[in-house]
Design a protein around this ligand. Structure first.
Ligand code: MRU
Length: 321
């Protein structure tokens, strides 16, 4: 299976996530402007994939010359919440003194690590899920997309599903559609279908009802930034899921590579939350659905207090705040 984001012939090549599931197409990004635009439009998205985009963006800038540090700043701030983006930028920038080839080599090393670390993190998380949830086979609930498409390869929360499915332990995955950009309905469902894992898409607002009906053994989500105390920023709606999971006694497991941990931040209150364009809510597939000029509240992420989390799991195992 090809990587979500890669380097080929002097360009960054991504699977265009705005086109899935209707069309599987690749985009070649040859300039920093094109890369930043792809990040802002969510053509490439998901915290670990954004880390790769950050590093490869600096590699593009370094090969083209000019003010690489300034280009790096533009890339790092294209989206504010996932710490991986700035982390990937800094990691590649650290090699600038050794020349453009060294920057690219560092970015490619980061890409190689991604799949390995996510596989390890999700293997640890699969063991925790098996220990926390007695029922077999398992009914899992997923929010947003934390699969291959959100990483260079393999995935984080969905990576747990791949491990468990390999062992015949998954009955179904309930897929939150993930309003307003439908990463669950479009991307997670597509990945599960490709892997022949049974799934059902549900509106985000059905998640608590599914738990109340006893349809969910465990909630699995990824993360965009994890503070030192274990608070977790992830796709909007994650916090509500965690509250519902606690109320219904359902384990709530967060899976991420350690590059998502921002140990400089004491707690989640300091995490910058991206607010997105009003049109994502005032329009549906280009058609207006609200009164003209309706005001909106459209945060792309929320923060779940660590209190509500059963385990935050990285490649090092269960994270201790
Ligand atoms: O706005 P997005 O699609 O980039 O948001 C992605 C998420 O919230 C994911 O759950 C998170 O990045 C973890 S991906 C392994």
């Amino acid at each position: 299976m090809r990587r979500t984001i890669d380097w080929a012939d002097g360009a960054v090549v991504i699977i265009d996530q705005t086109a899935l599931p209707g069309e599987y197409r690749l985009l070649e990004l040859r300039t920093v402007d094109e890369l930043v635009d792809a990040v802002k439009r969510l053509a490439v998205r998901g915290a670990p994939a954004l880390g790769a985009a950050g590093a490869l963006g600096v590699a593009l800038a370094a090969r083209r010359g000019g003010d690489v540090e300034q280009a790096a700043e533009v890339i790092a701030t294209a989206r504010p919440t996932a710490v991986n983006l700035a982390w990937g930028v800094q990691r590649a920038l650290g090699k600038l003194g050794e020349g453009a080839d060294a920057v690219l080599a560092e970015a490619l090393a980061l890409l190689d690590e991604d799949e390995r670390l996510n596989k390890t993190a999700s293997r640890h998380a699969a063991e925790i899920v098996l220990a926390e949830c007695p029922r077999r086979p398992l009914r899992l609930l997923s929010h947003c997309n934390a699969g291959r498409l959100a990483t260079v390869g393999w995935g984080t929360a969905l990576g747990v599903v791949w491990h468990l499915h390999e062992r015949g332990l998954v009955e179904e995955v309930l897929v939150d559609e993930t309003r307003p950009l439908l990463q669950g309905a479009r991307l997670t469902a597509w990945e599960l279908a490709q892997a022949a894992v049974p799934y059902r898409v549900q509106p985000d607002s059905a998640a608590a009802a599914a738990m109340a009906r006893g349809l969910v053994d465990c909630v699995l989500v990824g993360a965009d930034r994890i503070a030192a105390n274990g608070d977790v920023a992830n796709k909007i709606g994650t916090y509500g899921l965690a509250i519902a999971a606690r109320y219904h006694g359902v384990p709530f497991v967060v899976v991420a590579p350690s590059s998502t941990v921002d140990s400089k931040l004491g707690d989640g209150a300091g995490i910058a939350i991206e607010e997105r364009d009003a049109r994502e809510l005032t329009h549906y597939a280009g058609v207006p659905i609200t009164p003209p000029d309706a005001d909106v509240f459209n945060p792309a992420f929320d923060v779940t207090p660590y209190d509500l989390v059963t385990a935050v799991v990285t490649e090092h195992g269960r994270l201790t705040p």
